[in-house]
Structures are given as structure tokens and as C-alpha cells.
Design a protein around this ligand. Structure first.
Ligand code: IMP
Ligand code: MG
Length: 179
């Protein structure tokens, strides 16, 4: 029972689903007839991606990239490396990058310029959570689910040392878990 490790719930299942529904409607309106390529950044975005894409009611395609920028700790190392590349040619495509959380922005600014070099028709960023207080890279998301407090959070795809991704909501761990 992993709930016992959670000190406080930040975003409940209901809040998440309600907001994701709105994001899906917005993306549907913005991308009608554009057949966007929706690129999930693994692993953190997998839960959000699954829920969001089911709220997008227009033709679209999905792909995934995997990058690593974090170790098992709670802050970025600054270095980004690509572990899984796109499986489609994105030239001329409308790309939407899906992230779980935009923190320092190092990961996404690297990914964005990486994809920009492949000449997509457009590129936008959709992040479930934004922690603007910690931004280091010059990057602004186009779609944001929630602005979130400067705390290390887990659940709904977000991990601490690879655990807690399967929590259906987002919360903060009890301090003794990090000890
Ligand atoms: P950035 O490059 O610092 O923006 O890092 C973004 C990535 O760091 C996200 O995709 C997450 O995997 C991870 N991350 C940032 N903040 C948190 C957090 O509070 N909990 C869990 N993972 C986080
Ligand atoms: Mg992570």
C-alpha cells in the first residue's frame, strides 16, 4: 500500500482528469486538420499521455522519446542524453511534446532544439505541471495543466527513484522516505 508513504495530496484524480479534459479540448480546437504528432517524453509522461490523448478528438499520431537528465535523486544533473529517438520523420509535421513536469527546463529546451533541427512545421510544448520558480533554461510551455509549488512531487507518472509512478494522483512523500 504505497499511499502510506504520501504526506499530502497535491492534485487529486478528479482535479487531474478535469484539467486534462480541458487541455484535450484546447488541443483538439488548435490542431483540427493538422494531424499532429504527439511526442511523449518517457518515462514520466506515460500516464498523462494516455489520458490526454484520449481527450483529443481529432486525427493525430503518437510517438515517444526517452531522455535521461536525472539520476535517482531529486535534482537535475544538467546533462541530457537521448536514450530513445523518434521513430518518425518529423519534417513538415506539427509536433506537440508532452512532458510530465517542467522544472529547470534543461530537458525540454534540449529536446525542443533537437526536434527543431529536423524542421517540423511547428512545435509546441504541453506539460502537465510547471515549476517556474526553478527555471534555468529559457523555455515557456504552450499548454500547462497546473502551476505547481517548488516541492518534489510523485505520482501519476512522476517518480522518486523509479517508484510511485503508478499512484493515480500527485502528492508529496513523507520526509523519512528520502532519508
Ligand atoms: P528539468 O530538465 O529540470 O526541467 O527536468 C524535468 C524532468 O525532471 C521531468 O521530466 C521529471 O522526470 C523530473 N522532475 C522534475 N521535478 C520533479 C518532481 O518534483 N518529481 C519527480 N520528477 C521530477
Ligand atoms: Mg524522472
Amino acid at each position: 500500500m504505497i499511499e502510506k508513504d504520501i504526506e499530502r495530496v497535491f492534485f487529486s484524480e478528479e482535479e487531474l482528469q478535469k484539467r486534462i479534459c480541458q487541455l484535450g479540448e484546447q488541443i483538439t480546437a488548435d490542431y483540427e486538420d493538422k494531424n499532429p504528432l504527439i511526442v511523449g517524453v518517457l518515462k514520466g509522461s506515460f500516464v498523462f499521455m494516455a489520458d490526454l490523448t484520449r481527450r483529443i478528438n481529432t486525427y493525430c499520431e503518437v510517438d515517444f522519446m526517452a531522455v535521461s537528465s536525472y539520476g535517482n535523486g531529486t535534482s537535475t544533473t544538467g546533462a541530457v542524453s537521448i536514450r530513445k529517438d523518434l521513430s518518425y520523420d518529423v519534417e513538415g509535421r506539427h509536433v506537440i511534446i508532452i512532458e510530465d513536469i517542467l522544472d529547470s527546463g534543461v530537458t525540454l529546451s534540449y529536446l525542443k532544439s533537437y526536434i527543431e533541427n529536423r524542421r517540423p512545421a511547428s512545435i509546441k510544448i504541453c506539460t502537465l505541471l510547471d515549476k517556474p520558480a526553478r527555471r534555468r533554461a529559457n523555455i515557456t510551455p504552450d499548454y500547462v495543466g497546473f502551476i505547481c509549488p517548488d516541492a518534489f512531487i510523485v505520482g501519476y507518472g512522476l517518480d522518486y527513484a523509479e517508484r510511485y509512478r503508478n499512484l493515480p494522483y500527485i502528492g508529496v512523500l513523507k520526509p523519512e522516505i528520502y532519508a
